[in-house]
Design a protein around this ligand. Structure first.
Ligand code: DGJ
Length: 727
C-alpha cells in the first residue's frame, strides 16, 4: 500500500516512489495539509505542523485560541469564514446563505483507481499500479458532502486529485466554484511557471517569482486554449532542468480552467487548479452529485527534467488509451498547406503517389472535402462528400490511396456549424447563442451546442456515417473558434451558466462513443493547431496537432515548451514548404526535418513540387525516422539547452533501456567567430561505449557527457543530429 493512515496521530501519508504527501486531521475535524515533497518518514506532528494566532485573524475554536484557519495549511479551504484566503469551493444554499463549514468525517483506502463519472482521467492497468484515498468532509448543517479523492501511483511520482460534491440535504444547492486541487505551501519562495501563448505561438515558457497577491493563468474561452494551458509549476529558486524541487500541476480538462497561487500576508503560498468559476454554476437538486475534473500533481527533486519525464510516463502509460498508445505512429503527409481548399481527386492522388514513393505511410485529406466547402465561409455541419471535387467519394479515394500502399486519413470539424449550411438552416437553435443577441461569427462559423443531447447524437451519427463507409485509419478532429454569447436553448434560465461545462461533458461523451466504436482509427485532436493541447483531449485522442505554425525555428520554442508536460508521442510535427506560410522564414530542409523528427513526424506540403535533390533528402529523413520512432516516442526526453535562454536549443531522446539515443542541436542565428560549442550528452552509462551511427566513431559515455562533441554551425537556422547506439 502506498497510502497509510496513522490512527493515533490522525495522519494520512501518501507515498509514491520518491515522494511523500502528508495530511493531518486536527482536533478531530479540520483536515490540514502538512507536507508534499521528497519521500520522508511520517514526521513528528508537533514539529511538522505550526499553529499560530495572527493579528486580525478570526479564531475558529474558543477552546484553542491560537488555532486560526487563516494561518494553518489547509487541504480544502472553504473561505467565507475564518480563512480570508482564496477558497477552493463556494456554494449558495437555498436559504441564501453561503457559509460552508467542511469538517472531517472519515476515509477509505483502496487499491487501484476508480474511473471518474463522464470525465477523462488517468487510469491504472492493474490495481497494484496505485492506491486511492477517499476522504469525506461534511457540512452538517446543510448536509453537503465533499469527497476528496487522491490516487498515489506506486512507481511514478504522481498523485492525482479530484473532488465530488454530493447534496444530501432536502433543498437545492448552487455550486459556484469547485477546485480540483488546493495545496497550501508554508513558504512562497518559489517561481511560478506557466505556458502562455497565442495562435501560432503556443506554450511558450514564462517564469516569474511569486509575489504578494494572486498570480494565475486561466481560460474563459470555452476551450483550454492557445492563450493559456491548464498547466503550472512552482519551482524552488534556482531550480533548473536537473536540480531543485519542482511541483507540476496539470488539469485533465479541455474547457475553462483556472490555476494560480495566492501569496498571503505571511508569505505562504496557496496553489489551486480547477474549473474556472467565470460563467460557471451548477444546480444540485437534493440527492445529486457533481464530479469535478482531475488534477495531476507531480513533484520532482531533480528539476524540470524529472518533472517532465514523470508527466510523460504517466500520460503515455496511464492516460492515452487504445492500441495506438503503444504503436509507433505512421509518417504522414497532410495536404492542408500544400493545397488549402484548392484540390480535386487528381491533385490529391498526385501528392499521395509521390508520398508513397518516398516511403510516407499515411495520406491525410484536410479541410474542404464536404458540402460546398471551397473556402471557410460555408458547409461545416454538412458532412457529405463534395462529388465535384471527389467523384469517387471518400470510399473511392481511400481505395485508390490504399492501392499505393498507404493508409488514408480524414479531417473533420464536428463541433462547428457554418451559418451557410443545410444543418444551420434546419436547426438554427442548435448553436450556442442568446436569443435576441448577435450570433458573433469567428472564421464564419458558430459553435454547436454540445450541452444538448440531440446535437451530440447528430455529431456521432454524421461522423460515424463517413467513418463506417470508407477505409479511414486516421482522423484529424479540428475545432476553430472559441465560445461567445454563452447560452443554450436546451437549458432553463437557472441553468444557463452550466452550459460551458455541460458542453465539455457532451464533447467527452461524443468522443468516447466515436473513439470506442472505431478502435482501429488513430485520432489526432487539433484546435487551430494547439488550442486544445491538454490531458483531457489526450485521454480520447492519443496525439494533438501541436501548432499551425510549422516554421522550424518557431517550433523549437513551441515543442520545447509543450514538452514541459506533454510527451513527444502526443505532438504532431510536420515539415512544410519555404518560405514558411506563418513566419515567412526560409530554413533548410534538413533543419525542418530535424525539428519535426522530434515529434510525430510528417509532411505538410505539395510533394509534387519538390526537386529530385529534395526528394532524396526526404527519403533519408523518412528511413531515419522509421528507426528513431521506435524509441523516441516511448523513451526519455532530456532538454539540454533552451531556446528561451539563448541562440541554441538542444535535446536528446533515450530508449528506456539506454541503448538507443537520438540528439539534436539547433542554432537560430549565425554567430561569427563563436566560442567553442559542444553538445554534452546526459544520462549515458559513463563506462559504456557508444557508436555514432553513420559516422562509425566510438566514444565512452563519460567523454560524451563531460567533454561532449564539438558542434560547428555555420549560418542561420542550422541543425545537427546524432544517432547513438550503446555497444
Ligand atoms: C486549422 C488546423 O489547425 C489546420 O491544420 C487545418 O486543418 C485548418 N484548420 C483547416 O481548416
Amino acid at each position: 500500500m502506498s497510502i497509510i493512515f496513522e490512527q493515533e496521530n490522525q495522519v494520512f501519508h501518501l507515498q509514491t516512489k520518491n515522494t511523500s504527501y502528508i495530511m493531518k486531521v486536527v482536533s478531530g475535524k479540520y483536515l490540514s495539509h502538512v507536507y508534499w515533497g521528497k519521500k520522508i518518514h511520517t514526521p513528528d506532528m508537533e514539529n511538522a505542523q505550526l499553529n499560530r494566532g495572527i493579528g486580525f485573524s478570526a479564531v475558529t475554536d474558543k477552546e484553542n485560541p491560537t488555532y486560526s484557519l487563516d494561518f494553518i495549511c489547509q487541504e480544502y479551504p472553504t473561505g467565507c469564514g475564518t480563512d480570508f484566503r482564496i477558497p477552493a469551493i463556494s456554494v449558495l444554499f437555498e436559504d441564501g446563505s453561503r457559509n460552508m463549514q467542511l469538517l472531517y468525517k472519515g476515509y477509505k483506502i483502496t487499491s487501484g483507481k476508480p474511473k471518474l463519472d463522464g470525465l477523462p482521467a488517468a487510469y491504472v492497468e492493474k490495481d497494484s499500479d496505485a492506491d486511492t484515498l477517499l476522504i469525506t468532509l461534511e457540512d452538517s448543517l446543510q448536509k453537503v458532502k465533499v469527497m476528496l479523492m487522491y490516487t498515489a501511483y506506486r512507481e511514478l511520482d504522481a498523485i492525482t486529485r479530484s473532488v465530488r460534491v454530493v447534496n444530501e440535504g432536502n433543498t437545492q444547492v448552487i455550486l459556484e466554484k469547485v477546485m480540483s486541487t488546493n495545496v497550501d505551501f508554508e513558504t512562497a519562495e518559489y517561481d511560478f511557471i506557466s505556458l502562455p501563448g497565442a495562435w501560432g505561438r503556443e506554450r511558450h515558457i514564462e517564469r516569474t517569482p511569486l509575489r504578494s497577491g494572486v498570480q494565475s493563468v486561466e481560460s474563459r474561452r470555452g476551450a483550454s486554449s492557445h492563450q493559456n494551458n491548464p498547466f503550472m509549476a512552482l519551482a524552488e529558486k534556482g531550480a533548473d532542468e536537473t536540480h531543485g524541487g519542482v511541483y507540476g500541476f496539470n488539469l485533465v480538462y479541455s474547457g475553462n480552467f483556472t490555476a494560480g497561487v495566492e501569496t498571503d500576508q505571511i508569505f505562504k503560498a496557496r496553489a489551486y487548479m480547477g474549473l474556472n468559476d467565470y460563467d460557471f454554476s451548477w444546480l444540485l437538486e437534493s440527492g445529486e452529485a457533481f464530479q469535478a475534473p482531475e488534477a495531476v500533481m507531480v513533484y520532482s527533486a531533480e528539476g524540470f527534467g524529472g518533472m517532465s519525464r514523470t508527466f510523460h510516463d504517466l500520460y503515455r502509460r496511464h492516460l492515452v488509451r487504445g492500441k495506438f498508445r503503444d504503436e509507433p505512429r505512421a509518417i504522414l503527409v497532410n495536404n492542408w498547406e500544400g493545397t488549402y481548399f484548392d484540390f480535386n481527386e487528381e491533385k490529391i492522388l498526385g501528392i499521395a503517389k509521390e508520398a508513397a514513393s518516398l516511403g510516407i505511410e499515411l495520406f491525410v485529406l484536410d479541410d474542404g472535402w464536404f458540402g460546398r466547402r471551397d473556402s471557410d465561409t460555408c458547409s461545416l455541419g454538412d458532412w457529405y462528400v463534395n462529388k465535384e471535387k471527389l467523384p469517387a467519394g471518400i470510399a473511392g479515394l481511400a481505395e485508390k490511396i490504399n492501392a499505393f500502399g498507404m493508409k488514408f486519413g480524414l479531417w473533420f470539424e464536428p463541433e462547428m456549424v457554418s451559418p451557410d449550411s443545410d444543418l444551420y438552416r434546419a436547426h438554427p437553435d442548435w448553436c450556442i447563442h442568446v436569443p435576441g443577441r448577435t450570433r458573433t461569427e469567428c472564421r464564419n462559423q458558430l459553435v454547436l451546442d454540445l450541452s444538448r443531447q440531440d446535437v451530440c447524437d447528430y455529431i456521432v451519427e454524421a461522423v460515424s456515417n463517413i467513418l463506417d463507409t470508407a477505409n479511414i485509419e486516421y482522423v484529424k478532429w479540428d475545432m476553430n473558434r472559441h465560445m461567445t454569447e454563452l447560452g443554450s436553448a436546451g437549458l432553463p434560465a437557472g441553468r444557463q451558466k452550466e452550459m460551458p461545462h455541460r458542453y465539455m461533458l457532451g464533447l467527452y461523451r461524443v468522443m468516447e462513443q466515436i473513439v470506442s466504436s472505431h478502435p482501429n482509427i488513430l485520432f489526432e485532436s487539433c484546435s487551430g493547431g494547439g488550442g486544445r493541447f491538454d490531458p483531457g483531449m489526450l485521454y480520447y485522442m492519443p496525439q494533438t496537432w501541436t501548432s499551425d505554425d510549422t516554421d522550424a525555428v518557431e517550433r523549437l520554442f513551441i515543442q520545447y515548451g509543450t514538452s514541459l508536460a506533454y510527451p513527444i508521442s502526443t505532438m504532431g510535427s510536420h515539415v512544410s514548404a519555404v518560405p514558411n506560410h506563418q513566419a515567412g522564414r526560409v530554413t533548410s530542409l534538413k533543419m525542418r526535418g530535424d525539428v519535426a523528427m522530434s515529434g510525430n513526424f510528417g509532411y505538410e506540403l505539395d510533394l509534387t513540387k519538390l526537386s529530385e535533390e529534395e526528394k532524396e533528402i526526404i527519403r533519408g529523413q523518412i528511413s531515419g525516422y522509421k528507426d528513431l520512432r521506435t524509441f523516441i516516442q516511448s523513451g526519455d526526453m532530456y532538454r539540454l539547452a533552451s531556446p528561451f535562454e539563448g541562440n541554441h536549443t538542444a535535446w536528446m531522446f533515450c530508449s528506456k533501456d539506454g541503448r538507443d539515443i537520438f540528439a539534436g542541436y539547433f542554432q537560430i542565428l549565425c554567430e561569427v567567430n563563436p566560442g567553442i560549442r559542444r553538445m554534452k550528452f546526459t544520462a549515458l552509462d559513463p563506462d559504456a561505449v557508444y557508436e555514432i551511427l553513420g559516422e562509425g566513431k566510438r566514444y565512452r559515455g563519460d567523454e560524451l557527457m563531460e567533454i561532449g562533441l564539438a558542434v560547428d554551425c555555420f549560418g542561420d537556422f542550422q541543425s545537427r543530429t546524432w544517432r547513438l547506439r550503446r555497444i
